[in-house]
Ligand binder design. Structure first.
Ligand SMILES: [Zn+2]
Ligand SMILES: [Zn+2]
Length: 820
């Protein structure tokens, strides 16, 4: 028989799918289902194997749902703005636009070769003005609602990226892109989105039942809600509201600490202390809070004093390295007697330590370390003898009555810094006018197009294009300058899922009807590294657009799925520098897309990590060839009762397994089912069709080819999923099957023992069964499976050969075995 050319078959079907437009969808009366993979950043290296895994997971689910009668939206796009494209383009000396276009072309080619059933008609590219126009529109809406604002503050700066970073983009004091680069602090005037307005709602995960709990936990920590009390301290005749979760210790507050990055710090610093403070600030390195808990607390006296609102004592104010400028008011109260790190700080700088909580049993003695247990209040005037837990409420009540404080909620989440000093991003639609300040570009003038003529390598490239910069103020019409900062690319990816539902709309961001028909996403697939960036931002945007009246739901995705990591052979890290990166296209050319897809989901469950194996793909290709060969040469006949039972059981199980994303279990069942069919040799056309349908989501090309070969005209891709005929399921047959499998494995075990002990290869196997089991144990099948001579005797056969009397050991379902 001629060698099978999987590549030819696959290209043939990819072309036919494209020509027939069977994957294009529109709104209908059918139930919708929206499957989405996090869209890729189109790098010049092309698709990597991790992408291939991600998309295979999505495509299998999509094809399954489509066959189950759903109207499935399955789109693809490119998150094409961003620093890597800009840097790569500078390195390769081609404009970022050209570089990005080339990369996208390459990505599409690879994705099509994988047989992914996207509705390509809905393709999005975020660096195209038709898309980013709406990023700018959202910015203007944020501005209008008071959720976009500009302020000067201490920000994280990555010297390698040459731009500021959002807090979410600083990991352990290092840049998220450059884990070898310490982030620096700069004081800059930057644009922010007030994501904190939604902190309370973002902290509510009730509608995210089907999101992984790890993601929700990470978000919860990031948002960091805490309930406490705001207390009014007076410093130099100005009121400062200080947040604390421990108002019960207010009488023990002996100093305050203000963040060394606080914008008002210098107002508190006296002449004598100025130099010391400035030296101290120079030493500090990052505004990230991640390692603040590990830092040794250090500080410098500002020269100013605060008044404790209850004791009226004068207490010193220190600038410290362990307070965040924008957490609460950027200042904290310190209670050295009851906080170990405050205790150490007070000892170090010789500040009084005043005990206000004491254990019920012991009398006071000088503290050698902070007392952090519960107890009763002392040295606290009318609150003495109260249990400290109770005192939290009592003191808060007292402060509230006196107008000195109030109960409040605080969040660790801070506003999202969205401006970047880089070229390849969405221009912020603002015009800076000397008279009018920052003026929004009128909606009718959108998009503010990113100019192509810029020079790289001299700070922000946008500043080198005078035509872009110089414009007129929309308000007073006097000469003014355009904002040269661009939007964080995470803005582009915060709402893309909505635009897929109406990607060509020129009049509005999307039509309410279309978007609310398709959304929210039913099944969203992507890596868990996005927990505190993309996955928080996309929730924030969803809630904001809902509040604009554009959406009638609260969360972007009903179900979120984090795929596992793909490692190299033997678990090594796949990386360019190690030279073990495998291009999916090469694998497809050498074997086939179907083999790659089937292999990728067969190694482990899709949410666990897996190792690549070339040998694995090779064996999978052999399996695929066997299927192709068998069904090409097989003439449909009648199925045995056994096959019918097997197939109908398989429908039930595989349907469940796909629904629960146990793809690896499905691949095992498909292999077993095929082996069984192959042994039985005879199978009806109907059962052949069922087998092909069950295999289709995994191997779409192969199954289309065979579907056609057995005489079908339409695509298997648009066929309906098989329903199990439970009347055909015969539990007795299934049991017999199991008994047979068990016997085979017992025989293999005995053979192995003989081989080891006697160092010889046994040739003959004698099996003693019950008289009614003759149907179960078939000599032909057994000899083929075991590659031995097989003799089957019923236990009551007088002429049987049984030198060791093994037939006496036979039980129903468990035959006696003799081997020589
Ligand atoms: Zn960086
Ligand atoms: Zn003006």
């Amino acid at each position: 028989m001629p060698k099978i050319n999987s590549n030819q078959i696959e290209i043939k079907w990819q072309k036919q799918w494209e020509k027939s437009k069977i994957f294009q969808v529109k709104e209908s009366l059918k139930n919708k289902f929206y499957v989405l993979e996090m869209f890729p950043y189109p790098s010049g290296d092309g698709l990597h194997m991790g992408h291939a895994l991600n998309y295979t997971i999505g495509d299998i689910y999509t094809r399954f749902k489509r066959m189950n009668g759903f109207n499935v939206l399955y789109p693809m796009g490119y998150d094409s703005f961003g620093l890597p494209a800009e840097n790569a383009a500078i390195k390769a000396n081609i404009p970022p636009k050209k570089y990005t276009e080339n990369s996208i072309k390459n990505f599409i080619k690879q994705q099509k070769a994988l047989g992914l059933s996207y509705d390509w008609n809905r393709k999005l590219i975020t660096s195209e003005p038709e898309y980013y126009k709406w990023d700018q529109w959202i910015f203007l809406k944020m501005l209008e609602k008071g959720l976009a604002y500009k302020k000067e503050s201490a920000v994280n700066w990555c010297p390698k990226c040459d731009t500021v970073l959002a807090n979410e983009q600083v990991h352990n004091g290092k840049c998220w892109r450059h884990n070898d680069t310490q982030v620096k602090i700069k004081h800059l005037n930057q644009w922010y989105f007030k994501i904190t307005n939604y902190a309370e709602e973002l902290n509510n995960f009730e509608e995210l039942e089907n999101w992984p709990s790890t993601i929700k936990k990470l978000q919860k920590n990031w948002i960091g809600k805490s309930i406490g009390t705001e207390i009014n301290f007076e410093i130099n005749n100005k009121q400062w509201l200080i947040f604390t979760t421990r108002p019960d210790t207010i009488y023990g507050v002996t100093f305050l600490v203000i963040s060394a990055q606080h914008s008002e710090l210098m107002n508190l610093v006296t002449k004598e202390q100025e130099k010391k403070i400035k030296d101290f600030i120079k030493k500090l390195s990052s505004v990230s809070e991640e390692n603040i808990d590990q830092l040794e607390k250090e500080g410098v006296f500002t020269g100013s004093y605060a008044i404790n609102p209850l004791t009226k004592e004068k207490i010193p104010v220190y600038a410290g390295n362990f307070v965040l400028a924008d957490y609460g008011s950027g200042m904290v109260m310190a209670v050295p007697a009851h906080d170990q790190r405050d205790f150490e700080f007070a000892k170090k700088y010789n500040i009084p330590i005043k005990e206000v909580i004491q254990s019920k049993n012991s009398k006071s003695s000088p503290l050698t370390k902070a007392y952090t247990e519960e107890g009763i209040l002392i040295n606290s005037e009318q609150f003495n003898n109260l249990e400290n837990k109770k005192a939290i409420d009592e003191i808060t009540k007292f402060l509230t009555e006196k107008g000195l404080g109030k109960k409040t909620i605080n969040f660790r989440l801070r506003d999202w810094l969205i401006s970047r000093q880089r070229y390849w991003g969405t221009p912020i639609p603002i015009i800076n006018c000397n008279e009018c300040g920052a003026v929004p570009v009128p909606e009718k003038d959108l998009p503010v197009k990113l100019p192509e003529k810029v020079e790289f390598g001299k700070g922000n490239p946008l500043e080198t294009n005078k035509e872009f910069i110089n414009t007129k103020c929309p308000k007073c019409k006097k000469p003014a300058k355009r904002e040269t900062d661009t939007l964080d690319t995470f803005c582009n990816s915060s709402w893309y899922y909505l635009r897929y539902t109406d990607p060509k709309n020129k009049k509005e961001i999307f039509s309410f009807k279309k978007t609310n028909y398709w959304c929210p996403i039913d099944f969203y697939i992507g890596g868990k590294e996005h927990a505190c960036m993309h996955l928080i931002y996309i929730r924030f945007y969803t809630k904001f657009l809902r509040d604009l009246g554009l959406l009638n739901f609260n969360e972007p995705a009903k179900r979120l799925f984090n795929q596992g990591m793909l490692h190299g052979e033997n678990g090594s890290k796949m990386s360019k520098s190690l030279g073990n990166v495998i291009n999916p296209l090469d694998t497809i050319k050498e074997y086939s897309a179907d083999a790659l897809r089937f292999f990728l989901v067969s190694v482990s469950s899709p949410d666990s990590d897996m190792n690549w194996s070339n040998q694995g793909v090779k064996t999978t290709q052999k399996f695929i060839n066997k299927i192709l060969e068998f069904f090409t040469n097989n003439h449909p006949s009648k199925s045995s009762k056994k096959i019918e039972s097997k197939i109908n059981t398989a429908i039930q199980e595989i349907t469940n397994d796909i629904e629960n994303l146990k793809y690896n279990i499905v691949t095992i069942k498909i292999r077993q089912l095929f082996e069984f069919i192959k042994e039985e040799k005879e199978i009806s056309k109907k059962d052949t069709e069922i087998f092909l349908k069950l295999l289709h989501p995994f191997c779409p090309h192969l199954t289309e080819e065979l579907w056609e070969k057995i005489g079908n005209k339409k695509f298997i891709s648009t066929e309906s999923w098989p329903k199990s005929d439970t009347t055909k399921i015969n539990k007795t047959l299934e049991k017999q099957e199991e008994a047979l499998e068990k016997t085979i494995s017992d025989i293999n075990n005995i053979i192995n023992i003989i081989k080891e002990k006697e160092n010889k290869e046994p040739q003959k196997v004698y099996i003693y069964i019950m008289p009614n089991e003759l149907e179960t144990y078939n000599e032909r099948i057994l000899s083929k499976k075991l590659q031995k001579q097989i003799f089957i005797f019923t236990v009551n056969n007088k002429d049987k050969y049984d030198p060791e009397n093994k037939s006496k050991k036979a039980k129903p379902g468990k035959p006696g075995i003799y081997i020589e």
